[in-house]
Design a protein around this ligand. Sequence first.
Ligand SMILES: Cc1cc2nc3c(=O)[nH]c(=O)nc-3n(C[C@H](O)[C@H](O)[C@H](O)COP(=O)(O)OP(=O)(O)OC[C@H]3O[C@@H](n4cnc5c(N)ncnc54)[C@H](O)[C@@H]3O)c2cc1C
Length: 394
Amino acid sequence: MGLKAWHMALNRDADLVILGAGCAGLSLASRLAGQAPELKVVLVEPRTEYVDDRSWCFWRPTRHDLSDIVSKSWNSWRFSTVDGRQSTHRVPGLAYQYIRGADFYARSRAMIEPAPNVTLNLGVSAGELTQVPAGIRVETSQGSLVARHVIDTRPEATAALLYQCFTGVEIQTAQPHGLDLNRVDLMTRMESDEGGLGFVYALPLTANTALIEWTRFSPVPLSKAELDLGLDHVLARLGFDGARVLRTEGGILPMGREPRHEDSIPGVFLAGNTGGGLRAASGFGFLRIGRWADACAAALRAGRDPFGHPPEPWARREMDRIFLQAIREHPERTADYFAALAGGVPAAGLVRFLSDAARPGDYARIIASLPLLPFLAQIPPRPQLFRTAELVSR
Ligand SMILES: Cc1cc2nc3c(=O)[nH]c(=O)nc-3n(C[C@H](O)[C@H](O)[C@H](O)COP(=O)(O)OP(=O)(O)OC[C@H]3O[C@@H](n4cnc5c(N)ncnc54)[C@H](O)[C@@H]3O)c2cc1C
């Protein structure tokens, strides 16, 4: 957008300003583009261009609203430990699916950019928010902007029980890499010590390409250098150290965030990871953010106010907290806990649990598969375990 157009945007009241045009911001805006012509929406995003920085994966039946950009799907997924225990899961009718960040961004922009009611402002950073008589004033790197409502998806420094720290590479091998193209290595070569769990996540994409990631669940965020060292060992062990690196991705996802205590400004709603979009026990957020975007866009199209990411239902929140605290208290046993879950809970129940659709029977199977004492000890909440750290992603 040119400077003149931007100043025009600053001078008009937007109905809705969305801070951050990543997964959550684009998900909401693409559902409003051309669908609510009377609703003026402005997105504020510091990036000047989008790159292929995320691999979004999830379980879903094969046909859905985003099927056109699914790059690859697999009908089985494997868990294994370094000492040789392993389970392979499949669920009839359900596939583990992969959407490239680049394809999601391109699809969202193709919906947003022609829409007269939505403006995507790249290269603009949002700062302070204040309540003013006309609504909310947003200070940005290019002046201020007043809107009736604000959806804030900006990443924030956060405190969490554990951090899922990972780094990965999409590689191309000269010879076929030999990974099973019908199976994802979801949590493989799991090993744990005093520092937490480590495992390999591998998505075989074609006979010669794959995404290989090294992940650690840690009570403190780990440095990129430490993670890269772990990834180098994994690549060497798999015989991929000579492979060509096509791209890299990684991040530090807070698992089990400390609840926010401060009051937010009326009319400002938190969404995406910052609003609680990440599932505490798994770090999955893509489908959850999409479900919030569906509901929030439907409210706006019906003339109602927007809302932030909804609070977690009690049972799920408590299960996740107990699980994460047990892992935090006994980091050296984490691989055993996950191996017990993979070996003891039926595949469909485990996927329902990870996808926010657990039934009472699934919770019962999960509880029955885990050793009782370390988990019973975590039933009283222990908020003092939270530690603050910057949320880093690259
Ligand atoms: C590498 C990676 C892989 C992941 N893979 C999966 C997966 O496979 N499955 C899954 O379910 N979840 C996955 N997740 C978790 C989750 O789905 C993603 O983190 C998702 O991107 C969260 O969406 P979001 O909108 O909250 O954050 P983002 O997509 O990061 O968007 C936030 C936006 O805010 C912008 N911003 C920053 N500062 C400002 C500012 N001052 N003003 C305005 N905007 C600002 C950023 O530039 C960014 O575009 C992954 C996360 C990462 C990091």
